[in-house]
Design a protein around this ligand. Structure first.
Ligand SMILES: C[S@@+](CC[C@H](N)C(=O)[O-])C[C@H]1O[C@@H](n2cnc3c(N)ncnc32)[C@H](O)[C@@H]1O
Length: 250
């Protein structure tokens, strides 16, 4: 009886989250060869903006989308930035509820076409297709009517100039609702290792990007997940800012 009451208190939305999660488990057994092929081709053609040789592992995707699972029944606005082939998207769509609204913003035209196809043809994606939209543009140019409750970013910030990395992080913060959660990843130790073996200009750039990222994390990191089962291993950072927000270091 008591446990029935507890189930009722959790309500249908939580049950919905769990049901979607179970169906995702079945689906991720499909070998992602096609996904790797598309990702590798785009990495060779657009190294700087793609920023990785392989899509995120399912473990990193799970860590990045952990706050999508925490649903309290209220409709949420969710944004994925730089979804690529959809490795993280696959987890997000499986964890969304029927009242969520999902937008994806992607710069690369081939990734956009591939993602739109997935929303037409894959069951987990089809289920939320009517509440989702893939936008072909830079996140910097995005100006939605309302900010987002959750932002999950795959941007390869370490590949960018300090100025661009700062502008992109400022855009993410501008797009986030007060009290909303921003999740993004960094490869463990890769920036520091690259800085050690790089010439001075590149070293200064990498250290500058690191300073900007550290300042955002100092302003509001609420959780950090270590994901060793990824190539390369990565941290998933989760940031929630208070009313003071965040100001990039100059
Ligand atoms: C490292 S990949 C991550 C892909 C995917 N999220 C994953 O984890 O497998 C970075 C992605 O960010 C996209 N991207 C880079 N700059 C962007 C920008 N300014 N706005 C939107 N997407 C961008 C790239 O095209 C690429 O798909």
């Amino acid at each position: 009886m008591a446990s029935d009451r507890a189930k009722l208190a959790r309500g249908p939305v939580n049950q919905g989250c769990l049901a979607r999660h179970a169906s995702a488990t079945l689906f991720r057994m499909t070998p992602p060869f096609q996904e790797y092929r598309v990702f590798w081709r785009e990495f060779r053609q657009h190294f700087e903006t793609t920023g990785a040789v392989l899509p995120s592992s399912r473990f990193l995707a799970s860590a990045l989308s952990r706050y999508v699972t925490e649903c309290d029944g209220k409709p949420r606005r969710i944004l994925e930035v730089g979804p690529g082939t959809g490795a993280v998207t696959k987890k997000i769509v499986a964890r969304m509820t029927a009242s969520d609204r999902f937008e994806l913003v992607e710069l690369n035209e081939s990734f956009v076409a591939n993602l739109r196809e997935r929303f037409k043809s894959e069951p987990d994606f089809q289920r939320v297709a009517a509440q989702s939209e893939v936008l072909h543009q830079s996140v910097e140019d995005l100006s939605p009517a309302e900010p987002y409750d959750l932002i999950i970013s795959g941007l390869p910030l370490n590949n960018f100039s300090i100025d661009l990395a700062t502008r992109l992080l400022e855009a993410l913060v501008r797009l986030l609702k007060p009290g909303g959660t921003l999740s993004f990843f960094q490869y463990i130790a890769v920036r520091k290792a690259r800085a050690i073996v790089s010439a001075r200009g590149e070293r200064d750039r990498l250290r500058g990007v690191g300073r900007v990222l550290d300042s955002l994390l100092a302003a509001g990191e609420i959780r950090r997940d270590w994901v060793l089962a990824n190539v390369p291993p990565a941290y998933a950072h989760h940031v929630r800012l208070d009313e003071k927000g965040w100001k990039a270091p100059v």
